[in-house]
Design a binder for this molecule. Sequence first.
Ligand SMILES: Nc1nc2c(ncn2[C@@H]2O[C@H](COP(=O)(O)OP(=O)(O)OP(=O)(O)O)[C@@H](O)[C@H]2O)c(=O)[nH]1
Ligand SMILES: [Mg+2]
Length: 205
Amino acid sequence: MNLIDYKKTSFLKSYSKITDIDIQDGIEIAFIGYSNSGKSSAINALTNQKRLARFSKTPGRTQLINFFEVISGLRIVDLPGYGYAKAPLLVREKWQKTVYNYLEKRDQIKGFVFLMDIRYPLKKLDQKIISIVLHKKVSILVLLTKCDKMTRSQQNIQVNTVYKKLNFLLDSVEIILFSSYKKIGIKKLESSLNDWYKNYVVLKK
Ligand SMILES: Nc1nc2c(ncn2[C@@H]2O[C@H](COP(=O)(O)OP(=O)(O)OP(=O)(O)O)[C@@H](O)[C@H]2O)c(=O)[nH]1
Ligand SMILES: [Mg+2]
């Protein structure tokens, strides 16, 4: 049984500062990763909507914290990607601060979806963000994105490498091979998000 229909997700609101966020009820699932890692595309693929989260060939497109409502009380949050090298340093620092702030302070976050381009996983800022969110005891899911860029055997090597590295840090690691282009991994992503939501509903009772 499918608990939630992700296709019904709609845009809620955008914010540039976390102090402006005026939604408190319910829970959030944050999509985080480097600029150009495929966050907005993944949200579009999950919700089966072409332009819900805008995506672009120009990295650094998502500059605001964008909130989407899946169902009442469950939101997906598309964050500005970190580490876009071509952006001016000050702009980069501002985005990074916004993202760190949101991840640190927002108790509504009950799950992190970490997106990493399968060709370049666990780069410096990925590791930094993981260290920031570790102590929050929140579920973490890793999507190795753009897996269509690799052969099956290369994909398996990358999954194993990432698994070994993260297994040291996290109590449990879930890694999904993902491609928005080829629609790979979407059902698995849905089922993890459903589990998180179910857990939250049970805990609340
Ligand atoms: N080959 C391939 N390319 C993809 C896939 N998903 C996204 N892309 C491309 O990667 C680029 C970045 O995708 P976005 O979804 O905008 O990435 P983002 O993480 O939201 O980027 P920022 O908003 O800058 O943080 C675009 O050119 C997409 O077309 C995929 O599954 N396969
Ligand atoms: Mg984006």
